[in-house]
Design a protein around this ligand. Structure first.
Ligand SMILES: [Zn+2]
Length: 398
């Protein structure tokens, strides 16, 4: 179930002043959350006069935020009318990456993905090819949308190192040829607002609405490796987009293979799916190196029998231990396909607890997070959807 209506509720409660606007946003939220479906219900619940409710309904209908339709379930007397949410008032396009697949999702205001286009790009893909593919997938996505549904913004939810403020994709080990890609400059002719966020920050953002104000560390172990961290609210990174890219931590192992970043000894060389997949595929040829597919397969293979996985697990546990000695999170969320394997997850828990953090410091609670890609999409879309709905509710206000 999407958290989007919860986000909108929290935001609107804080953001909209004045009693009339409050009633307008309350009516909108009650319809969105399925608490109210007619004028009469709203009037009775809040003790409002029917003329006031009429004004509110007319305004929401005028702004196309809701529809008022005949209720086919009632046949006697004057036909009742039903208030329903216009779910596809607009969409946000989320451009995200799964392993080496570029995905464009059209997300409606309830957080549902209503259309999708995707294509897989090989490791040699460069800046020009990436931009050309984004244009093509975005164009195809718009063609799939019903008439009248517009796109209110594009959010790039990306792995690697970004410059959030310059909307620049600095590097990603998935495509070593891509560097300093100025996304906004390249796409300025599209005339649609563009935002760039780190993929792991998006995933953590969606989770934060379920958590209280603790210090939360999210560790993603998959095709790449990274962390997101939040101290009592937003993920750290809102401006810069460089925090948490731990995949290129130097482990000091110099005889290792070269990493895609060009250095040797990086954490990803020993632990990331992109790097250890060829060894795993020798033992289990049917294993996919696509993160989404591997996620489905991971539970069914005895991964822990492989010495590469045993080594990767040891290194990931000591990495997480070191992160705890720097950030001291109160809670840790584990995300990614390796943790979908019960034996790997249990061994990870056991080793982490055995190692401990520091004497007299109790280790934080570990929780495995399912559906990391769905959360990423929601977390990337939510801030833009909330801002757009707020703008439309306020539009025309005196
Ligand atoms: Zn590296």
């Amino acid at each position: 179930m999407s958290h989007i209506s919860d986000h909108i509720e929290i935001f609107l409660e804080k953001a909209i002043p004045g009693s009339y606007s409050k009633d307008l946003s309350r009516l909108y939220l009650d319809i969105m959350k399925g608490r109210i479906s007619s004028r009469r219900e709203f009037s009775a619940t809040y003790g409002l006069r029917s003329s006031t409710v009429s004004e509110l309904v007319n305004e929401l209908v005028g702004k196309k935020l809701i529809y008022e339709v005949a209720d086919v379930g009632t046949s006697r007397g004057r036909p009742a009318k039903k208030l329903i949410l216009n779910q596809n008032l607009f969409v946000i396009c989320i451009v995200r990456i799964s392993s080496q697949t570029l995905i464009c999702n059209a997300v409606n205001i309830t957080g549902q993905v209503i259309e999708e286009t995707r294509s897989t790009l090989n490791s040699g893909c460069n800046n020009g090819q990436m931009i050309a593919e984004v244009r093509k997938l975005y164009g195809d996505l718009l063609e799939k949308l019903s008439m009248g549904v517009s796109c209110a913004g594009i959010v790039f939810s990306l792995p690697g190192i970004l410059s959030i403020e310059r909307k620049n994709w600095i590097m990603s080990s998935r495509w070593p040829e891509i560097n300093n890609l100025s996304i906004e400059d390249e796409l300025q002719d599209m005339a649609v607002p563009i935002k760039v966020v780190r993929n792991i920050d998006s995933e953590l953002r969606a989770r934060l609405f379920k958590e209280d104000g603790e210090n939360i560390l999210l560790l993603h172990w998959g095709f790449g490796i990274g962390i997101a961290y939040s101290e009592g609210g937003d993920p750290i990174n809102s401006k810069f987009g460089r925090f948490g890219e731990i995949g290129h931590w130097d482990l000091g192992i110099k005889d290792a293979e070269q990493c895609r970043c060009g250095r040797t000894g990086c954490l990803e060389v020993h632990c990331a799916l992109w790097s250890i997949w060829p060894d795993m595929a020798q033992k289990w040829p049917e294993l996919s190196k696509n993160e989404e597919d591997f996620m489905m397969q991971a539970a069914k293979f005895p991964l822990l029998e492989h010495n590469k996985i045993q080594q990767a697990l040891r290194l990931m546990v000591s990495t997480l231990g070191n992160l705890c000695r720097v950030l001291f999170p109160s809670k840790i969320l584990l995300s990614g396909p390796f943790f979908a394997n019960d034996e790997v997850l249990a061994e990870f828990y056991r080793k982490f607890l055995d190692d401990g953090v520091l004497p007299h410091v109790s280790p934080p609670k570990l929780t495995y997070v399912h559906q990391s890609e769905q959360l990423e999409t929601e977390g990337a879309a939510i801030p833009v959807i909330v801002a757009e709905i707020d703008k439309r509710l306020r539009h025309g206000e005196g």
